[in-house]
Design a protein around this ligand. Structure first.
Ligand code: FAD
Length: 452
């Protein structure tokens, strides 16, 4: 098909990357964003919010020629540093291969790099302060409103992509059409961002803790994590239940409450967080949602990124998966005779994978907040890594498949389940062997006792 005009709603991570891909494939692209231009605030000081980028995201950035620009400031995290309530923190590598790591990058710097790259393409027009208000699927037409001025306009294109995030207006319009399947599940936990500033001295200065790890304080039902930033600070994220007693946003309300609670539950973090009480009181509680829907496409309009599949953040894969969508969509357009065919191919390639990573992300919350603190989990990981060293081609742990490979998520999920069965069998067989050996030893001892 010869490239035509594309309209992308949402200049977030996925929309901006898609604009780069489509422009380079010869499309004339209009990229429309509800918010004002973030490039105007480029040098404004502020606290970093980061996210983890791994193999899938890096591959997609490389394709846009952006890998070096984004990864130069990334901080490698080769494993989890698990902080118990008492005693020293312990390191758990993510992979048997010590060269493998996920990467902490600044979310705003990533968005700016992608937006700059999109705006640098001659055939991309970026428009800000325009909110998608409605979509006419039959005409492939979108109405945008400027909320400050009240002005509205309609735009049309040969291809319309809703890349407008977890609360997508394009998906909202799709929900009013026939035979659109949709589910939205809010997690009972919310999140709050907190801060560990850089330090002047210490073994990791300017970092207050080991920088090349993702820090976790697993506490069963809840947890805190911390990811490093290039300036030596850490962005902490507290994942607590919205309601109930104990570690919940309903029970711990004020900064003073938080300080007292942290002294009991996260004691080693308190001295590193001088602004804990103020941050806790000031920062909002975010919600987390899993959205599944199908079909993603009506006529020449389709969904991409969080708009198509919002997932909880516990596998660090939301942006990585959204970047994979961009690759799948441009590949489908390049290999199809019509936009219709391309969108069918794109959707068929992605929906099962989006559902698979949604399931794995939910499951990983239990792993992070509870299992990482248990000895049985550490042993299981040691067995998985040993099997991977012995049989690197046939036994690849699930974490490696998701974070360090581009194997489709649904295949990774199925292989992970097979791995679990294999590890359970080995543990069971080892248990039987030990029990049998102990029984034989007892019989032999009894016999020798009987004869002496
Ligand atoms: C706490 C947290 C931690 C996370 N950590 C990770 C991580 O470590 N690794 C990872 O890969 N992912 C992570 N994610 C997920 C990641 O942030 C998302 O998957 C990613 O941002 C999706 O990109 P997107 O472009 O689809 O959506 P967004 O980045 O949300 O962009 C959507 C854009 O659309 C615009 N928009 C919205 N509505 C309209 C409208 N009506 N009209 C026009 N424009 C509109 C928005 O302003 C925004 O710019 C995390 C998410 C959360 C909440």
């Amino acid at each position: 098909m010869s490239p035509g005009r594309a309209l992308i709603v949402g200049a977030g991570l996925a929309g901006s990357l898609l604009a780069v891909y489509l422009a380079r494939a010869g499309w004339t692209v209009e990229l429309v964003e509800r918010r004002s231009d973030p490039r105007a605030r480029r040098f404004a000081a502020g606290r970093s919010i980061n996210l983890a980028i791994s193999a899938r995201g890096i591959k997609a950035l490389r394709r846009a020629g952006l890998e070096d620009a984004v990864m130069k400031d990334a901080i490698r995290m080769g494993g989890r540093m698990v902080h118990p309530v008492e005693g020293a923190a312990g390191y758990q590598p993510y992979s048997a291969d010590p060269t493998r790591a996920i990467n902490s990058v600044s979310r705003s710097a990533l968005n700016l790099a992608l937006l700059d790259a999109a705006a640098a393409e001659a055939n991309v027009t970026v428009r800000f302060d325009e909110r998608c208000a409605s979509v006419d699927f039959a005409k492939g037409e979108v109405t945008f409103v400027n909320d400050a001025t009240g002005a509205s306009r309609t735009a049309t294109a040969d291809l319309v992509v809703g890349a407008d995030g977890a609360y997508s207006a394009v998906r909202g319009a799709l929900q009013k059409t026939e035979r659109f399947n949709y589910s939205q599940d809010f997690l009972g936990h919310g999140y709050k961002e907190l801060h560990i500033p850089p330090v002047a001295s210490g073994p990791h200065a300017p970092f207050a803790m080991e920088p090349n790890a993702l820090h976790i304080w697993p506490r069963g039902e809840s947890m805190m994590i911390a990811l490093p930033n290039p300036d030596g600070s850490f962005t902490c994220t507290l994942f607590w239940r919205h309601d109930g007693a104990g570690s919940s946003f309903a029970a711990v309300k004020t900064g003073a409450d938080a300080l007292a609670h942290f002294r009991a539950v996260y004691p080693d973090a308190v001295p590193l967080m001088p602004t804990l009480a103020e941050d806790f009181a000031k920062n909002p509680v975010g919600v987390m949602v899993t959205v599944r829907c199908s079909p993603w496409t009506r006529g020449r309009v389709t969904l991409l990124g969080d708009a198509a599949h919002a997932i909880v953040p516990f596998y660090g894969q939301g942006a990585n998966a959204s970047f994979e969508d961009c690759e799948a969509l441009v590949d489908a357009l390049a290999s199809s005779a019509t936009v219709d065919d391309a969108l069918k191919t794109y959707e068929a390639a992605r929906i099962a994978n989006a559902n698979a990573i949604a399931d794995m992300a939910l499951r990983n919350f239990i792993e992070m907040r509870d299992l990482t603190g248990r000895a049985s989990f550490k042993w299981t990981k040691k067995i998985e890594h040993a099997l991977n060293r012995i049989m690197p081609a046939t036994f690849v742990p699930l974490y490696d498949l998701v974070s360090f490979s581009t194997v489709p998520y649904s295949e990774a999920k199925a292989r992970g389940a097979a791995n679990d069965r294999a590890v359970r069998w080995i543990v069971g067989a080892a248990g039987t062997l030990v029990t049998t050996a102990a029984a034989i030893a007892t019989i032999l001892l009894m016999r020798s006792g009987a004869t002496t």
